[in-house]
Every structure is written in structure tokens, then in C-alpha cells.
Design a protein around this ligand. Structure first.
Ligand code: GLN
Length: 235
């Protein structure tokens, strides 16, 4: 008994948005696994409960709606810490560094965003990648048709089937896609957005946030974080 209040007895309920490999996705048996899942499993263990994952649209996660309504105790969704999101969520200490990247079908010989002028570029709705691209397109007055997809799977499918000429998302998810589908797509360009992922709790849930932060710190200190990193992200 940890004393941390949870919405469901015996469980730490986690909101996420599938698929987002290597952070969260279903394995061959339908079980949700990944880097975030492994870290939150540690939090659940520390609380003496088991993690229960709820798959829900990213919009409800980042807006704080799911945590506020008691759908979940914690959000773990490869979610970047931003000032806007900080207004509606309490974030943990950063647990992962990420940047944005442009992926194209292998052999297109595209190296920059500018080369997509007159073409279609896919992004994932509600993400920092979408925000970054919209800002770039505006700032540089690039005539690129930005097409927004509801999740990562739809975005990757659109790219693989040439519905878009390029697609922007977080670099680690492209690295994972390339590992799983060798030769299909390549990273054409990286954009150093300097993002950091955080887990989130309902605003004011200091007890649970403290447990999350202590668990991450302990995992970093004792090598568990490195083991999980190696398993899901690579060397
Ligand atoms: N890191 C990105 C963001 O926070 C994408 C997250 C996701 O799609 N799960 O917007």
C-alpha cells in the first residue's frame, strides 16, 4: 500500500495512443509493449499494482481531458513537454530526448523540406511535428500541401503507398519503422527541435508525480533505464 491515490484499486491506469513504436505498440500477441510501457511498469511495481493501458486519441491526452476526467492516472505517449501542455498537465522530469525528422521513400533523392514544394507532406495530427511543419511552411512561405493523419500508422501507410511525398514525425519512430521495414523508407533530413518527453499526471497530483520522478531517477541510477533503452531504442 503506497498511499498514492489511484482511480482503480490495484491498477495504475495509463493513457496512451497506439501505435507509437518503439514507445508503445502491440506485439504479436496483442500485448502493449515498448519503452514507455517498460518505464511505467516500474512505477506500477513501486506502487505495488499492475499497469493497465488505455488506448485513446492523442488530443484527449495532451489537452489534459483524459487525466481530468479520471480516465487514467498517468499519460505515457512519447509526449513532448511543451509550455502549452504544461498549462493543463503536470509533467514528470524528462525521460527521453527527441528531434523531428523527414522520412521519404528510399531513392527519392530528397534532402530538404524545400524540395517538397508543390508536393504533399504528411504529419500526425496534434503532434509537435505537425506544429513544427506548419510553422516552417508559414515562416518560409513554402507551397507545400500539409496533410494531417490521425495516427502514426496512417501516416506511415500514406508514405509507404506514395499518398504523400514525405512524412514528418519524431526521429525514433522512423528509426524503428526502418528497422521493421528495411529498405522501404529513409530519413531525408533531421530538424533539431530539442524535444524532451515527459510522463504526465493530472494537474496537482503531486504524490503520483513524485513516485514517477523517483522511479525514473532510480532506474537511471541503477542501470535499469539503460537496459530498457537498449531493448527498445538500441545502442
Ligand atoms: N512527441 C510528439 C508530441 O508530443 C508525438 C507524440 C505522439 O504522437 N504520441 O507531439
Amino acid at each position: 500500500e503506497s498511499g498514492v491515490a489511484l482511480i482503480k484499486s490495484g491498477a495504475l491506469t495509463t493513457c496512451t495512443h497506439l501505435p507509437y513504436a518503439p514507445f508503445q505498440s502491440k506485439d504479436d500477441t496483442g500485448k502493449v509493449v515498448g519503452f514507455d510501457v517498460a518505464l511505467i511498469d516500474l512505477v506500477a511495481a513501486k506502487l505495488g499494482v499492475t499497469q493497465e493501458i488505455v488506448d485513446t486519441p492523442f488530443e484527449g491526452i495532451k489537452s489534459g481531458a483524459d487525466l481530468n476526467s479520471g480516465k487514467c492516472d498517468v499519460a505515457a505517449a512519447g509526449m513532448t513537454i511543451t509550455d502549452e501542455r504544461k498549462k493543463v498537465l503536470d509533467f514528470s522530469d524528462p525521460y527521453f530526448d527527441a528531434t523531428q525528422a523527414l522520412a521519404v521513400v528510399t531513392g527519392k533523392n530528397i534532402k530538404t523540406l524545400e524540395e517538397l514544394v508543390g508536393k504533399r507532406l504528411g504529419v500526425q495530427g496534434g503532434t509537435t511535428g505537425e506544429e513544427y511543419i506548419n510553422a516552417q511552411v508559414k515562416e518560409k512561405s513554402l507551397k507545400i500541401e500539409v496533410v494531417s493523419y490521425r495516427d502514426l500508422a496512417a501516416l506511415q501507410q500514406a508514405l509507404a503507398t506514395n499518398q504523400v511525398e514525405g512524412a514528418v514525425n519524431d526521429l525514433p519512430v522512423w528509426n524503428e519503422y526502418i528497422k521493421a521495414n528495411p529498405g522501404k523508407v529513409e530519413v531525408a533530413a533531421g530538424f533539431d527541435t530539442g524535444e524532451q518527453y515527459g510522463f504526465a499526471v493530472k494537474k496537482g497530483n503531486a504524490e503520483l508525480l513524485k513516485t514517477v520522478n523517483e522511479t525514473i531517477a532510480a532506474a537511471r541510477a541503477d542501470g535499469t533505464y539503460d537496459r530498457i533503452y537498449k531493448e527498445w531504442i538500441g545502442e
